[in-house]
Write a new protein. Sequence first.
Length: 463
Amino acid sequence: MSSIKFQSRGKPLLRVPAKKHRIINSIVCGVPIKSHHRVSNVLSRTSGPSFGSVTSISVTTDERPFGDDGNGRFGRFGGKFVPETLMSRLRDLEDELDFVLSDHEFQEELTTALRDYVGRETPLYFAGRLTEHYKTISRTTGDGPEIYLKREDLGHSGSHKMNNALAQAMIARRLGCGRVVVATGAGQHGVATAAACAKLSLECTVFMGTTDIEKQSSHVLSMNLLGAQVTPVKGTFQDASSEAIRNWVGNLETTYYLSGTVVGPHPSPVMVRKFQSVIGKETRRQAIQLWGGKPDVLVACVGSGSNALGLFHEFVGDEDVRLVGVEAAGLGLDSGKHSATLAVGDVGVYHGSMSYLLQDDQGQILRPHSIGVGLEYPGVGPEISFLKETGRVEFYTATDEEALQKNSLEGIIPALEASHALAFLDKLVPILHDGAKVIVNCSGRGDKDIDTLIERGMPSSFS
Ligand SMILES: Cc1ncc(COP(=O)(O)O)c(C=O)c1O
């Protein structure tokens, strides 16, 4: 596998207003998209969105562009590095995305489904025992920081992945695509997409690496139960991703590629971030309700960046809110077996956009490793790359061993991916001031990891 490698620094950032929606006639997945349908919706929008009885924060409007040029570029990152045959499909998707973001019918359907099907809003939970635990090891003499968990593990299908899978499945249906293809690593995105496709009556094919199938067998069963076809691909998530993309490219007339994270060619990274940013929007409102202010520190694990951006994006303009991303150091940064792209990677093009990557001197992609299978991807999204380069988000790492030993102490088994974020609290919390409000994104639940935990020996405090 190779990437195009870039070493040079890019131009300074430009802030360009978001592109206006274009009303076009086009044919997507064999179905004509009628301009009159769009015009009527555009017109009905003039009085502003009405959400009826649905309590709503707009789930997708985005008032905080930071480095986003409106065309999928974040500084030197992002773009659309794809063959010409894909360009028209991506443009159609861009147009549809522009449209649904301000279409009140779409927003109302999504808001209702997020509430009644996914179970949003997810709680912002005060972790009393964790807070007590850190009080004893805090360097301060007072009460120490307060720890809160954003409970994405409580959403339908057990992770943040559903927020995006559901919204994109709705777009696939609007585009007239009867079939959805997807790649999954930890299986969370596969299960979420299989469920969303079942709900919306779409055919679903999930590509999954043979190594991951072994580690996440319960998820394979769930996907089958939900009516999806799981197609094994020799290797891991990155191999499954390449295969899913190949399958999509071979079936453009009928098929929608549903990206599970903030990578790929524009508009995928922006779209997934918009659908995940409901996490941060809820968090801001909940923080105001709980303590009347903003959080001091937000912490999230970083695989490719969707749960991190989902939480962070709302706060990127709040300079008094510290944003901390935690990557997987696997067996250690010197071992070569890790997924710490931002810590040791450099810039190149892979899977259609420019970002930080794990690659060798020839631009060959290196195989990532983490005990948290969902963190095993050799890149990160363009926006996350930009947030690293500008220094707005701090990035650190946690090893397999540190994640494995992490017990939430709260009667919650976090996904091993989220355990990386929790593990970093050991280093972070002791240096924070008394009363600091720290929110960790509990991006998923850990039932899927039980086999791995048994195989590796349970953390002592679980027994
Ligand atoms: C529970 C959970 N958290 C985090 C991740 C990492 O992905 P991302 O960085 O896109 O949030 C995954 C990926 O599968 C996951 O399943």
